[in-house]
Design a protein around this ligand. Structure first.
Ligand code: A3P
Ligand code: MG
Ligand code: MG
Ligand code: MG
Length: 323
């Protein structure tokens, strides 16, 4: 199997980060506002610290392009939050200092290069704060292609055969080797496939809960034109990719919000999910059918919107979009 060490280190760190996130969510944390006014929590910081530490130790030459950074956390106004993050990290890694924690978080300030990791320590922070779905998303990118994806969804269970019906799922994909899933509680993996074209029951689509993160009226119209009759399943985070990869839904639509026409998607919001869906037999592209281009920096500057399908539905969706 390829990328064995990457998988072992990435999976172990993601499981540890998932434990931290669930521990923090036991008593819903405060919402901290970032400079761009989006939310972050002590769990986002703790998760990034744990995963960056593991990557720095095992792969010291690999840059990590992570969502968070520790600048604000180092300021005196946030000393209480930094102490809280450190306490939670200590439950996973004994004997850590606040300085260790901020240094590990800042290891995620790397730049994309020939080979690098991208990390979303909590994808769907708004879902996390609401008590809904969120994910820990880690991917390895080489020469612009996602090679490994590790997607932990601690609150996800799907109405499908075991282990997918258990709460807390871990999706893992390696390029050319398929996608597998396990419960967070057991270490046995099961291979998964997208919904087949004749699976009427799962001929439905997923989209974000957050109205501002897409164009829900266009998303419904396009899904209908592609032959989907049921209403959407709304779900936060890259858990949506897990839903398509395992056949719980046949389509995920994320079309640019009319209020933010210039928005560009972050690579960490998609890299792990894309390989999980593709290796399960699905297809991912932008709204014009262009493959998502992970070679141009920390954002998908060459793409607009995201369409992820079971493959068979893809052309009909693109045709509807480009009419
Ligand atoms: N206007 C916008 N359009 C699309 N995505 C947006 C957005 N504003 C924020 N996001 C991204 O949407 C992600 C959550 O996805 P979803 O809506 O599918 O749950 C956020 O990730 P974080 O929660 O990691 O910050 C954030 O990066
Ligand atoms: Mg965020
Ligand atoms: Mg995100
Ligand atoms: Mg995030």
């Amino acid at each position: 199997m390829a990328y064995e060490k990457e998988l072992q280190v990435g999976i172990e760190a993601s499981l540890s980060a998932a434990k931290l996130c669930q521990a923090v969510r036991g008593n819903i944390p405060d919402r901290i506002e970032k400079q761009d006014r989006s939310p972050v929590t002590i769990a986002d910081f703790g998760s990034q610290a744990i995963i960056c530490r593991a990557l720095a130790e095992a792969f010291p030459n690999d840059p990590v392009v992570g969502e968070e950074d520790a600048t604000a956390l180092r300021s005196s106004e946030m000393s209480e939050q930094l102490a809280q993050v450190t306490e939670y990290v200590k439950q996973e890694i004994p004997n850590v200092s606040t300085e260790d924690v901020t240094q590990w978080i800042d290891h995620g300030n790397g730049e994309p290069s020939q080979r690098f990791w991208t990390l979303d320590p909590i994808d769907g922070t708004k879902g996390f704060l609401r008590g809904d779905q969120y994910a820990i998303a880690l991917a390895l990118i080489e020469e612009g292609e996602v090679k490994v994806g590790i997607l932990a969804c601690p609150a996800l269970s799907l109405d499908l055969a075991p282990p997918l019906n258990e709460e807390g799922l871990l999706f893992v994909a390696v390029r050319g080797e398929g996608t597998k899933v396990r419960s967070l509680k057991t270490d046995e993996f099961t291979a998964i496939r997208v919904a087949s074209p004749d699976d009427e029951e799962h001929l439905r689509f997923v989209e974000s809960v957050e109205v501002a993160h897409g164009d829900q009226s266009q998303q419904s119209a396009i899904a209908q034109q592609a032959g989907i009759k049921s209403p959407s399943l709304r779900m936060d985070s890259q858990a949506k990719y897990g839903a398509v990869a395992s056949g719980a839904a046949a389509l995920y639509l994320r079309l640019p919000s009319p209020k933010q026409p210039d928005y560009r998607e972050n690579i960490w919001d998609h890299a792990a999910g894309v390989i999980v869906a593709e290796e399960a037999g699905g297809r991912a592209s932008d709204m014009y059918g262009k493959p998502l281009d992970f070679s141009v920096g920390a954002k998908l500057f060459q793409n607009r919107g995201v369409v992820v399908s079971n493959g068979s539905l893809h052309e009909a969706v693109l045709a509807a979009l480009n009419k």
